[in-house]
Ligand binder design. Structure first.
Ligand SMILES: NC(=O)c1ccc[n+]([C@@H]2O[C@H](COP(=O)([O-])OP(=O)(O)OC[C@H]3O[C@@H](n4cnc5c(N)ncnc54)[C@H](O)[C@@H]3O)[C@@H](O)[C@H]2O)c1
Length: 323
């Protein structure tokens, strides 16, 4: 065992994880990725990143993953991203969120305790705030009443992390993410719209009336924010941060128009009814990111530019998949 510390990333084979792992690796860190599936085409360990397939909702899976990392070196940092990220799917099958969002957190925390690992950064979500009708929320807002199973299991996970910080963890960062866009997309409104237009050319069906307005952050800016939080000395054992751009976001209607303009100019956009994409969809939210701004972080792209760039990236991602 080499004494150089190891950084563990759970869910590191997913959209945000792939980007986080690349940036950690380029900082010179030794990274071990624990994930259930490695479906995104990330080159196998030629790049020095170790990938361990394991189901983190199970004690045995967590144990296998942590043991593989500890065999390489002491673990000094853990980023917990593994979760069900498909909010809509979790509405129809709550067990998806129970297992992949909550139980992964619960079992991972037990694993950290067993091995005396004391730092955790958890990717939570704006979904914990529920439907606050667009009133900007700060980290101390409450009561927190999520409207999706996903939001409920993220909030329960935060609570479990907070309890662990009273005991065996010395520092937990609760990172409350907005909608994040970029490559390699695995889910989300842009990928949905691009795929629909490629499947039924000439016509783009939008869930809801398109009036849903949300902030979007590009994944490159997200990772910079996550690092700014990591590199800031903690003020307590548990700290929560809203992460997001400093604007009111863009509407789904605008995104649909940009997707059509980029992929198939002239295609007809057909809107559904109601201001919600689906049950559990928060139609509008706004964040106060004041706490994060005090650390000196600013995004390079606002919501509109982040979405424009991501549409272009996802269009290229899809067209190379079709070759
Ligand atoms: N993308 C967003 O807009 C967004 C917004 C808010 C919060 N988040 C959170 O950020 C994190 C990363 O999201 P993402 O967009 O990269 O999602 P993603 O679906 O691309 O990645 C999640 C990864 O977790 C893995 N995973 C799920 N269940 C697992 C299990 N039981 N054991 C091991 N691995 C498991 C999946 O295989 C996947 O690779 C998630 O916690 C998500 O809830 C994302």
């Amino acid at each position: 065992v080499n004494a150089t510390p190891v950084t563990v990333v759970t869910g590191g084979a997913g959209f945000i994880g792939t980007n986080l792992v690349r940036r950690l690796h380029s900082e010179g860190r030794r990274v071990v990725v624990l994930d259930k599936v490695f479906s995104i085409d990330v080159r196998p360990s030629a790049d020095g990143v170790i990938r361990v397939p394991c189901d983190l909702a199970e004690e045995a899976g967590v144990e296998r993953g942590l043991a593989a990392a500890l065999a390489i070196g002491p673990i000094d940092d853990v980023w917990h991203l593994a979760a069900n990220s498909d909010v809509r799917a979790g509405t129809y099958d709550p067990e998806l969120d129970l297992r992949n969002t909550f139980m992964t957190t619960f079992e991972l925390l037990r694993g950290l305790r067993r091995h005396g690992i004391r730092r955790l950064r958890f990717t939570s979500s704006s979904a914990i705030y529920g439907d606050l009708a667009g009133i900007p929320v700060s980290e101390t807002a409450g009561p927190l009443l999520p409207i999706s199973n996903y939001g409920a299991m993220k909030l329960a996970s935060e609570a479990q992390c907070s309890a662990a910080a009273q005991d065996y963890l010395e520092r937990v960062d609760l990172l409350r993410l907005p909608n994040v866009v970029g490559m390699p997309a695995t889910h989300g409104v842009i990928l949905d719209l691009v795929d629909k237009l490629l499947t039924t050319p000439g016509r783009l069906e939008v869930l809801g009336d398109g009036s849903q307005r949300k902030p979007y952050l590009h994944v490159d800016d997200l990772i910079s924010a996550m690092f700014a939080i990591r590199d800031h000395p903690a003020e307590g054992r548990v700290q929560a941060f809203n992460i997001g751009p400093d604007d009111n976001g863009v509407t789904v209607k605008w995104i649909a128009q940009r997707v059509v303009a980029r992929i198939q100019p002239g295609a007809r956009i057909v809107f559904g009814a109601g201001g919600r994409g689906w049950l559990g969809d928060v139609p509008q939210y706004a964040y106060s990111t004041q706490r994060l701004r005090l650390l000196g972080w600013l995004p390079e792209l606002d919501s509109a530019h982040a979405v424009e760039l991501a549409i272009d990236e996802i269009a290229r991602q899809r067209s190379s998949a079709f070759q």
